[in-house]
Ligand binder design. Structure first.
Ligand SMILES: Cc1cc2nc3c(=O)[nH]c(=O)nc-3n(C[C@H](O)[C@H](O)[C@H](O)COP(=O)(O)OP(=O)(O)OC[C@H]3O[C@@H](n4cnc5c(N)ncnc54)[C@H](O)[C@@H]3O)c2cc1C
Length: 290
C-alpha cells in the first residue's frame, strides 16, 4: 500500500510562506524535476521525504510586468505561458522553445529551472548574460540575489528553507541596442537535454563594444562566465580582429572543463563550446533583443 504523505495547497502566498516558516517542506511548482528526482518503480508513487507544498497555482507567482527598464517574471510562469506573452524577450523564447516538448512546457516553470540548478538547465546561460536577479520572499520580507550567486552548483541554491523564489528580474532589458543569442546543441532540435549551450550578449556604441557577456551551459558544474575575460573586449572595435577572437577563445579554453557522461564527451563539448564562442565573436549571428 502507498505511504501517506502530507501536502499543502494554500489559496494565497502568505499562507504558503507561513507554512514554510513552520516546517521544512518540499516545494513543488510544475513538478517536472521533483517527480523525476524522486521516481520509484513503475506504478509506485514517488517517495518525497518531507511534507509537500504546491505553489504552481499561486497568482502572486505568475505575474509578468515591466518596472522602469526591468522585466519581472513570476517564478511560477510555465514555459507555455511565457511563450505566449508578448513582453518576454525573443532570445528567452528561443531558449524555451528548445526545452522538452509541449507537455513538459505546459508544467515546467522558469523558477523550477533555476532552483533545480542543473548544469544543463536551458534558461540559465541566458539568465547569466542578462545579469538576472532572483527575488526571494519569506515571512521576513524580500531579498534580491544575483542569479550567479544564487546558483551554487548542481541542485544547490542559496535558498533558505522558509523562502520561495517569487520573481526573476531581468535588469535594464528594455534598454535599446543589445544583441542577445542563445544556442543549444543536443541530440535533436527539440526534446533533448543540452550537450552544450551558449548565450552571448553584445551592446555596441558606434563601432566599439560597450558591453559583452558570455555564458556556457553543460560544460561545468554550473554556468561558465568570466567577467575578467569579458572586460578584455570592452572598447574594442567591431568587427573584432581575428587575433582578439583567438585570445578570448584561448582564455575560455583554459576555464571550460566539461566531463564525459551519457550525453556527450568532454572533448566534443569543449570543441563545440569554443566553436559557438568563435561564431558569436565573429558577429555573424546577431538578433535584435526584442
Ligand atoms: C521529459 C523531461 C524533459 C525535460 N527537458 C528539459 C530541457 O530540455 N531543458 C531543461 O532545461 N530542462 C528540462 N527538463 C527539466 C524541467 O522540466 C525544468 O528544469 C523545469 O523548468 C522545472 O520546473 P518545475 O516547475 O517543473 O520544477 P519542479 O520540479 O517543481 O521543482 C524543481 C526544483 O525547484 C524547486 N522550486 C521550484 N519552484 C520554486 C520556487 N518558486 N521557489 C523555491 N523553490 C522552487 C523545487 O523545490 C525543486 O527543488 C525536462 C524534464 C523532463 C521530465
Amino acid at each position: 500500500m502507498a505511504e501517506k504523505i502530507t501536502s499543502y495547497r494554500f489559496d494565497r502566498l502568505d499562507q504558503t510562506l507561513s507554512q514554510l516558516n513552520k516546517a521544512d517542506c518540499a516545494i513543488i511548482a510544475g513538478g517536472t524535476d521533483v517527480m523525476v528526482l524522486h521516481k520509484s518503480r513503475r506504478g509506485v508513487p514517488p517517495k518525497i521525504p518531507k511534507p509537500i507544498v504546491f505553489i504552481d497555482h499561486l497568482s502572486e507567482l505568475k505575474q509578468v510586468y515591466q518596472n522602469h527598464k526591468d522585466l519581472h517574471i513570476g517564478a511560477c510562469c510555465t514555459y507555455s505561458e511565457l511563450l505566449e506573452n508578448p513582453i518576454i524577450p525573443l532570445p528567452l523564447k528561443n531558449a524555451i522553445k528548445t526545452i522538452a516538448a509541449p507537455a513538459i512546457r505546459n508544467r515546467g516553470t522558469l523558477g523550477g529551472n533555476i532552483c533545480n540548478a542543473s548544469p544543463a538547465g536551458d534558461t540559465l546561460p541566458l539568465l547569466y548574460v542578462y545579469n538576472a536577479k532572483v527575488l526571494l520572499r519569506s515571512v521576513n520580507g524580500d531579498r534580491v540575489v544575483n542569479v550567479n550567486d544564487f546558483i551554487q552548483g548542481p541542485r544547490r541554491v542559496q535558498r533558505l528553507t522558509n523562502e520561495i523564489l517569487a520573481e526573476i528580474i531581468l535588469p535594464s532589458i528594455f534598454e535599446e541596442g543589445a544583441h542577445v543569442v542563445f544556442e543549444k546543441v543536443g541530440n535533436r532540435n527539440a526534446d533533448a537535454i543540452a550537450k552544450v549551450s551558449f548565450a552571448g550578449y553584445l551592446r555596441v556604441k558606434g563601432d566599439r563594444i560597450e558591453d559583452i557577456r558570455i555564458a556556457f551551459g553543460a560544460v561545468g558544474p554550473t554556468m561558465v562566465r568570466s567577467i575578467d575575460i569579458e572586460k578584455k573586449l570592452l572598447g574594442k572595435t567591431t568587427p573584432l580582429a581575428e587575433a582578439n577572437i583567438a585570445q578570448v577563445v584561448a582564455d575560455f579554453n583554459k576555464i571550460i572543463k566539461p566531463i564525459d557522461d551519457q550525453r556527450s564527451t568532454a572533448v566534443y563539448r569543449k570543441n563545440v563550446a569554443l566553436n559557438l564562442l568563435h561564431y558569436f565573436l565573429s558577429m555573424k549571428q546577431i538578433q535584435p533583443n526584442e
